[in-house]
Design a protein around this ligand. Structure first.
Ligand SMILES: C[S@@+](CC[C@H](N)C(=O)[O-])C[C@H]1O[C@@H](n2cnc3c(N)ncnc32)[C@H](O)[C@@H]1O
Length: 286
């Protein structure tokens, strides 16, 4: 019987999903994940003081988690990502909404092909959060920001409090009982700044001053069925594709049925289940 890998190895080099893996989930990310991000992304941009007419750079932008709200606020936007398929989705939405002054360029977050001191605000949401050399990527974000400009980084808080993760792991364990879940020593790169104090230190070490980390916002995901939660998780990160790659179709169906039951139990009345995740929003000034 094929199974989920019971004990995933967590060496950071092996853990980094290549651009092709992100290309492969770009459609799912754009359809299922991105729409739910606009609220807290807009709020983070406001906290960073982004104004109409300012230049905004989005690093590891995906289909435009921060860039689309920034463009809607009237900023002049450049979205960068190493996945061309993600940026194609961004470009399509820019055309669809008729947003002015919003462009995209394929680029690795560790080596931005951009001049020094160029942007009023540089941001990354769930992007630089997960890169393997985060200090280097943060230094790059600071380098391309104008003196007096702001850098904003949005990352998940403690994995212990991320409810979609616990639902998904529990459903996998119901089908593959020896699946150990998310490793914690070391945890996946996704959680390298889940401690607000670590995020504050990294932003400061990258050369920013007056750094604050706001922990007041959560991501609130709404699901009515197990299939919706499955689609969201599979669209959100290539790790989910890897974790479920060896499941048979029958096992996948069972996982979705287990998720259905968990969602029914959580939801009240006829409304959807709301699963929350803590967010760390770090902001510093150059
Ligand atoms: C979880 S998604 C976040 C997308 C978007 N920022 C958002 O708010 O939804 C992570 C994104 O980081 C990109 N990414 C990962 N490593 C990267 C790197 N080294 N350079 C540039 N982009 C990278 C992926 O291609 C993907 O689009």
């Amino acid at each position: 019987m094929s199974t989920v890998k019971a004990n995933p190895v967590t060496h950071h080099d092996d853990e980094v999903a290549p651009p092709e893996a992100w290309d492969a989930i770009a459609a799912g990310y754009d359809t299922f994940v991105a729409p739910g991000e606009a609220g807290f992304a807009t709020e983070a941009l406001r906290k960073a003081g982004l104004k109409a007419g300012e230049r905004f750079l989005d690093v590891a932008a995906g289909p435009g988690g921060l860039s689309l709200p920034a463009a809607r606020l009237g900023a002049r936007v450049l979205a960068t990502d190493w996945s061309a398929a993600m940026l194609e989705r961004f470009d399509a939405r820019v055309r669809q909404e008729g947003l002015a002054d919003a462009e995209s360029r394929v680029m690795d977050a560790h080596h931005l092909d951009l001049p020094d001191d160029r942007f009023d605000v540089t941001g990354s949401q769930f992007g630089v959060m997960l890169v393997p050399d985060q200090p280097q990527a943060l230094r790059e974000m600071v380098r391309v920001t104008k003196p007096g400009g702001r850098v904003v980084l949005i990352a998940y808080g403690s994995p212990d409090e991320i409810e979609f993760l616990h639902f998904f792991v529990a459903a996998l364990q119901a089908v593959v009982p020896d699946f150990e879940g998310v490793p914690d020593d070391p945890p996946p790169l996704e959680f390298q700044v889940s401690d607000p104090e670590v995020l504050r230190r990294r932003l400061t070490d990258a050369g920013l001053r007056d750094v604050t980390v706001d922990t007041s916002l959560t991501e609130d995901l709404r699901f009515r069925t197990g299939q919706e939660l499955w689609d969201w998780v599979l669209g959100s990160n290539p790790i989910a594709t890897t974790l479920t790659a060896d499941l048979t179709d029958e096992q996948k169906t069972t996982v979705r049925e287990v998720l259905d039951g968990m969602i029914r139990e959580r939801s009240t009345g006829s409304g959807p289940a709301v699963l929350t995740s803590p967010l760390n929003i770090g902001i510093g000034h150059k």
